[in-house]
Design a protein around this ligand. Sequence first.
Ligand SMILES: [Zn+2]
Length: 93
Amino acid sequence: MDELSRLIRAKNNIRFCSECGTQMGYSAVHGIFTCKNCGAAYKDIYGHMKELLEETPTLSLAEMSMILNVPLRQLRQYVRNGILENPNMDQEP
Ligand SMILES: [Zn+2]
């Protein structure tokens, strides 16, 4: 991974808590941002996809696109390098 990709990845994974403004930690495995200060947590698109697939493993990307109201093209980025195992949030389509 080159330096630019690394910086973009780091930037994409930085979120600040809407409750207290603290920088949130990110779990790439679960697709969840968690605030170390107040405990607030929310899922990113990947986290929602993962949750949907755990509940209904037969869902297609098109169905997830409708449920999550996220463009299909955007969902494809998460499965580019193997189904949800290795999300590459910094990749452009
Ligand atoms: Zn917080």
